[in-house]
Each structure stands twice: as structure tokens, then as C-alpha cells.
Ligand binder design. Structure first.
Ligand SMILES: Nc1ncnc2c1ncn2[C@@H]1O[C@H](COP(=O)(O)OP(=O)(O)OP(=O)(O)O)[C@@H](O)[C@H]1O
Length: 298
């Protein structure tokens, strides 16, 4: 017996010659907010489908609490799920769908659900066929967060949400944590996972590349800075701590990558006549290239 909310042992899934998930061993503690990160095609959705009993592993096993994930009726009494592509019943309104899901799932808190409908600015009176993909996602999120299921499995749940709604999402995850619910959050956004999770597993080409507490992950953070200037180029940047790959990208423009706090780099730029500064967070794919040195290959 284990107190883990989710557990996989040597879990694997092949589709013909494609190895979607390979020898995955994971344990998510009850009450933990756990991030499941990986670039497109890394195997996140396949893993989640096996955890939900929607796909049969070709190797290993998975458990939801102490129930084999393949025992769907039993396992799903303790979990609520938000899929990556939310499909709803087109003829039902948002309110009817929320009612339907409340009556089939592990039980809900109606007043909290009403609060979530407000917070996510969802108009539940409209038929689902009129909802955008973001609104469909909101219905699924409200339905899941309103449950008291001890485990919430969220598969890239914010891909269609705007920044305001993303903020509500993060607040709802924090409230779920306060209530002691376990959250398993798949994402390809490092920033999102960093904001809400305690621990993170990084999947790469079907295999577990890293499992780390959030603080350890901060070292992976990398931003790309582009500086435009007039006059003499900023000097001494390549010796600044955290600054790497300084390159001239045109007349009066240079680009560099930055790991850690920007203060030393900003001091080095202060002497130059900087006319514009653009900062872009590196994508997970770029971080992988940076961190693991070789392109992802399958
Ligand atoms: N039903 C299927 N048949 C064949 N190959 C599949 C099937 N489902 C997934 N795959 C393959 O398995 C690999 C993992 O896919 P998966 O959808 O699990 O990745 P993911 O990490 O969820 O990606 P994304 O972030 O793009 O959703 C990919 O190479 C994908 O093409």
C-alpha cells in the first residue's frame, strides 16, 4: 500500500514503432501540486491517458491512490479531469453541462462552483456550440475545481486562456492545494508550472529527463535579451555573470541569453545609449537544447 496519489512503475506505451512513453517511474504524493512538463510530442498526454485508464500500457503499471488505473470505475471516484481538447455537448448550455458533470462526478461544492463561474467570467446560459475553445476549457476547469475529488488531473488546461483567466487558474490551483487536493498539471509552459507547482517532472521523447523541486528548476530559466542602441556598442557584456551567447544581430542591435537575475547585465548596458530592450522567455524546447545540449530526437 502506498499513500501516493499517483504512481507509475516502469510505465510504457508503444504505438507500433513509436515509443510514446518509456519506462516511466513517477510518484506524486497526496496533497502535492505536481507539474508534468515536456515539449510537444514528449508523451504527456499518452501518460495521462494511461493514468485515466483510456489507454492500455504496453509495459508497467499505473495507480490512482491504491487503485490500478485500469480499474476506471473505482479510480475515477477519486479524480476529476480536464482534457487538453475539451469537447462538450453542443446542444446543452454551460449550466446544464455543469449540472450533468456534478451529478456524475465525485461530488461538488455548489457555492464554490458559482464563485468560479463568476471568476472565470463564464456565461453558463449559452449553448456549448457557441463557446470558443477557451470557454469550453473554462467549463471543464470550473467543473473540475468545484469537485472535492482528492486528485485533479489537468492536461494543458490553460492553452486557450487569456492572461486574466490564467491568473484565475493559478488562484484556483492554490485553493485546491489549501484544501489538500492533489493536482497533476501537464503543461509546456515553464512559467506556469513554476508559479503553481511544488515539484516537476520533465519528460523528453517519452522518458523522464528530470524530476526536481521548483527551486532547482529555476536554474533552467533562460531569457533572451535583444538590445538596440545608438553610438558605441555596450562593452564587456560577455564577461557578465549569467550572460551567454552575445551576438550582433544587425547594425546597432545585439542579442544575448541571460540566466538568473538581470541586474549585472543591466549595469553593463547602462553606459551605452540603449534605445530599446526586448526580453523574451526561452521556450521549453530552447531550454532543452541549452540544458541537454543535443536536439530532441525520437
Ligand atoms: N494514437 C496514437 N497513435 C500513434 N502515435 C501516437 C498516438 N498518440 C500519440 N502518439 C505519438 O506518441 C508521442 C507522444 O504523444 P503525446 O500526445 O503523448 O505527447 P504530448 O507530450 O502530450 O504532446 P503535446 O504537448 O503536443 O500534446 C508522439 O510522437 C505522438 O505522435
Amino acid at each position: 500500500m502506498s499513500s501516493a496519489a499517483l504512481r507509475t512503475v516502469n510505465l510504457g506505451k508503444r504505438y507500433g514503432r513509436v515509443v510514446a512513453v518509456d519506462d516511466l517511474c513517477l510518484e506524486v504524493a497526496a496533497g502535492e501540486v505536481f507539474g508534468f512538463l515536456g515539449p510537444n510530442g514528449a508523451g504527456k498526454s499518452t501518460t495521462i491517458r494511461m493514468l485515466l485508464g483510456q489507454a492500455r500500457p504496453t509495459a508497467g503499471r499505473a495507480w490512482v491512490f491504491d487503485t490500478d488505473a485500469a480499474d476506471v470505475a473505482r479510480a475515477h471516484r477519486r479524480l476529476a479531469y480536464v482534457p487538453a481538447d475539451v469537447a462538450l455537448w453542443p446542444q446543452l448550455t454551460g449550466a446544464e453541462i455543469l449540472h450533468l458533470q456534478a451529478s456524475t462526478g465525485p461530488g461538488i461544492d455548489p457555492s464554490y462552483r458559482a464563485e468560479l463561474v463568476e471568476r472565470f467570467a463564464l456565461d453558463p446560459s449559452k449553448p456549448a456550440r457557441t463557446y470558443s475553445s477557451g470557454n469550453r476549457q473554462k467549463v471543464a476547469l470550473v467543473a473540475a475545481f468545484a469537485t472535492r475529488a482528492p486528485l485533479l488531473v489537468l492536461d494543458e488546461p490553460t492553452s486557450g486562456l487569456d492572461p486574466l483567466m490564467e491568473r484565475e487558474f493559478r488562484a484556483a490551483v492554490a485553493q485546491a492545494r489549501e484544501r489538500g487536493q492533489t493536482v497533476f498539471l501537464s503543461s509546456h509552459q515553464l512559467a506556469e508550472v513554476e508559479a503553481v507547482c511544488d515539484r516537476v517532472a520533465i519528460l523528453r521523447a517519452g522518458r523522464l529527463a528530470e524530476i526536481a523541486a521548483i527551486d532547482q528548476l529555476r536554474g533552467l530559466h533562460r531569457t533572451e535579451v535583444t538590445v538596440s542602441y545608438t553610438g558605441a556598442p555596450p562593452s564587456g557584456l560577455d564577461t557578465v555573470p549569467g550572460v551567454d551567447s552575445v551576438e550582433q544581430v544587425g547594425a546597432g542591435r545585439l542579442r544575448f541569453s541571460l540566466i538568473g537575475a538581470p541586474a549585472p547585465a543591466l549595469r553593463a548596458l547602462a553606459a551605452a545609449e540603449v534605445t530599446a530592450l526586448a526580453v523574451r522567455e526561452a521556450s521549453l524546447e530552447e531550454i532543452f537544447l541549452d540544458y541537454y545540449g543535443t536536439p530532441e530526437s525520437r
